[in-house]
Design a protein around this ligand. Structure first.
Ligand code: ATP
Ligand code: MG
Length: 686
């Protein structure tokens, strides 16, 4: 195995320490994630069965990557049973297997953010989308702190929060009735299960005997409790993290978890890594300088054996369009000078990073114009839009009548006089008889559970779904499919629904346009005209709408993965965590954008520190070159305002002479000293 040769002594220590809990606390690019993958190999060597090893990553993509690395190290057979996933996917697994212990049937539904919002609007009796989002936010934070509705209400400081806590209670009642959970429950419920059910605890502690956690600094309170409950008294785990990269405080992550670890586990072994293997000297120094402005929780130093490399470039731009042009020009210039960068430079060697999703658009346009392939990661894709998901839910329901979340979405979008109470009763009835919601519709005994009037509406909906299913099963070809699809939208009143749900007419119009685009997209597939979006192969045969609907979920999952790999990455700073690229362009580095400041928002020291950590994360994604760009004028709403370079640019202290603390000098001195010692020893031994 190649393990020892590719790890430094501190990494080796972390990998080989199996006696008890272990924390690797180290800066960016120091090989923390590498320690985790190598430790998996080490655990296998030490006799752990692969299915007893759990590695928890921050995103699904990171989990995929870790699995690949593990496969390279230990081979496919050992890698396959490894439990490598996010906290959320682990939660799904635990609930699928044992959800009944906390009152869930095994076919429970997982609600996405839009489902949650629509339930909240309904439960709280509001059409105000912003209000519903504030409730969603508050409820999520409470759940992440481990609070239920009663506790949240008891500690609410003002009316707004008291109301939110009450809405939370109604919301929870509905989730229970629908046999549905939200994302936060995927952590909270497994925790509840382990805390209350000794049998479940024994089972899961026996299943996951060694737990590794990456990006530990961004776990929230509930995730920490889940980790604790999983590892139990044996406390066999390794967590790796960097307090300077904690950037999800706004979502409830807490650095407290780092402080609590040594208190809760006094025997904790703490290991620091100091050598950075990612970035050249200029980049690393800029990163260290920026983060030095934050108060320190833990002292860390990072050095690199790589040379200084190229100085960090600051690109001053007139406005967003100019900034995008310069970014494209820079990418082309580096490609043109590939010789300077070791020969081949791929599109995938580049990332353009920004603070907020909406900043991506201008860059997309510029890249498209220049014919440069790219992908947007961490952003909202076409298929994530609420209106598209609405229609997909309908199609999913036609394909699979038992898809309960699809049922719930379709039956309430648009509204058809079937209220939440009816749905709750239907849900209870369905779970009692262990049937899907759709099946329950036509059960004779439903009359005992639901009012006669409600049954009428439910039957009407059921008949409509059946009728539509029949029509879509027999409609093929683009010319027939398109009018059939439009007819359906008319029948359910979808356009009106969009305008009713949105005070801003322009927004509603653009959503309706998305719907029409989607209809076109489906119709083209019915015509057999299949392009390579989604990676499907070329076919020419006509298809029915239902056949196309059947492949939609496959296409969607492909669309999420994005197929192409040799492309420039456009990403938010948040989504870039843990990743690296040879060439990084950090854009919009202006006051107000990074650090980001909302309209009436006060910039507290805590907020500023989190923004600074984001900047640190951004800088440390770069391996060989880094450019940061600023705007002289920037758009703010509809107006242009003068742009001020971010304070973080000054904090990078780019002007400073590079030689001052050159780690190479240190290393040279160290080598000279060692050589001198060896020379002094040599004659005596010889
Ligand atoms: P981040 O804080 O950004 O998550 P990290 O500490 O997890 O960073 P890794 O991503 O594990 O760091 O490693 C950074 C880079 O350095 C990777 O390309 C990795 O392969 C390389 N690397 C790590 N350790 C070594 C080593 N001992 N020898 C050679 N390369 C290494
Ligand atoms: Mg990492």
């Amino acid at each position: 195995m190649s393990t020892p040769a590719t790890l430094n002594p501190a990494q080796l220590e972390a990998v080989h320490y199996l006696q008890g809990p272990c924390l690797v606390l180290a800066g960016a690019g120091s090989g923390k994630t590498r320690v985790i993958t190598h430790k998996i190999a080490r655990l296998l060597q030490a006799g752990y069965e692969p299915q007893h090893i759990a590695a928890i990553t921050f995103t699904n993509k990171a989990a995929e990557e870790m699995r690949e690395r593990a496969r390279d190290l230990v081979g496919p057979r050992a890698a396959k049973p490894l439990a490598i996933s996010t906290f959320h996917s682990l939660g799904v697994r635990m609930l699928r297997e044992d959800g009944e212990r906390v009152g869930l049937k095994s076919q429970f539904s997982i609600l996405d953010s839009d489902d949650v919002l629509s339930i909240l609007r309904d439960a709280g009796g509001t059409t105000d989308a912003a209000q519903a989002r504030r409730w969603q936010w508050a409820i999520s934070l409470w759940k992440n702190q481990g609070l239920d509705a009663d506790q949240a209400e008891a500690q609410a400081e003002d009316d707004e929060r008291r109301i939110a806590a009450r809405v939370m209670r109604l919301y929870q009642e509905r989730l229970a009735a629908y046999q549905a959970v939200d994302f936060d429950d995927l952590i909270g419920l497994p925790l509840k299960m382990l805390e209350r059910d000794p049998e479940a605890r024994t089972k899961w502690q026996g299943t996951l005997r060694y737990v590794l956690v990456d990006e530990y600094q961004d776990t929230n309170a509930v995730q920490y409790e889940l980790l604790k409950a999983l590892v139990g008294e044996r406390a066999m785990f390794t967590a790796v993290g960097d307090d300077d990269q904690s950037i999800y405080g706004w979502r409830g992550a807490t650095i407290e978890n780092l402080k609590r670890l040594p208190q809760d586990f006094p025997q904790l072994k703490v290991i620091a890594l100091e050598q950075n293997y990612r970035s050249t000297g200029h980049i690393l120094r800029a990163a260290n300088n920026v983060i030095a402005a934050n108060p320190k929780l833990f002292q860390k130093k990072l050095w690199s054996e790589f040379g200084d490399g190229e100085p960090v470039r600051v690109l001053e731009c007139d406005n967003e369009e100019h900034e995008a042009e310069r970014a494209v020009a820079r990418i082309q210039a580096i490609r043109g000078n590939a010789g300077m960068y070791g020969g081949q430079v791929e599109w995938s060697d580049f990332a353009i990073l920004y603070r907020a999703n909406h900043q991506a658009r201008v860059f997309e346009q510029a890249l498209r114009k220049a014919n440069i392939p790219y992908k947007v990661s961490g952003g909202q894709s076409f298929f994530d839009r609420a209106e598209i998901k609405d229609l997909c839910a309908w199609l999913r329901l036609l394909v699979n009548n038992d898809d309960d979340p699809a049922f719930l979405r379709a039956v309430t979008t648009p509204k058809r006089g079937i209220g939440h109470q009816t749905l709750a009763q239907l849900g209870e009835f369905a779970s009692k008889w262990k049937v899907s919601l759709f099946e329950a519709l036509f059960a004779d005994s439903l009359a005992s559970a639901v009012s006669a009037r409600a049954i009428g509406s439910l039957h009407e909906f059921g008949r409509y779904v059946n009728d539509l299913e029949y029509r879509f099963r027999h409609t093929a070809g683009a010319e027939d499919a398109k009018p059939a699809l439009l007819e359906w939208l008319k029948e359910i009143g979808y356009e009106q629904h969009l305008y009713d749900g949105e005070d801003n007419e322009k927004l509603a119009a653009s959503r309706w346009q998305n719907v029409l685009d989607f209809i076109d997209w489906v119709a083209r597939r019915c015509g057999g005209e299949i392009d390579n979006e989604g990676g499907l192969t070329t076919e020419t045969e006509k298809k029915t709408i239902l056949e196309v609907a059947q492949t939609i979920s496959v296409i969607l999952s492909l669309a999420e993965r994005g197929g192409d790999t040799n492309v420039v990455t456009l990403s938010t700073l948040h989504a870039s965590k843990g990743l690296e690229w040879p060439h990084v362009i950090l854009v919009g580095v202006n006051e107000g954008l990074l650090p980001f400041k909302g309209e009436d928002e006060e910039m507290t020291p805590q907020r500023l520190e989190e923004e600074r950590r984001l900047m640190y994360v951004g800088i440390t994604r770069a391996r060989r070159t880094l450019a940061v760009s600023t705007l002289r004028r920037r758009k703010k709403g509809r107006e242009f305002v003068q742009g001020l370079p971010s304070r973080f640019i000054a904090e990078m202290r780019l002007h400073e002479a590079s030689g001052k603390e050159d780690p190479r000098e240190k290393l040279k001195a160290l080598r000279a000293e060692l050589a001198a010692r060896a020379a002094a020893k040599a004659p005596a031994e010889g």
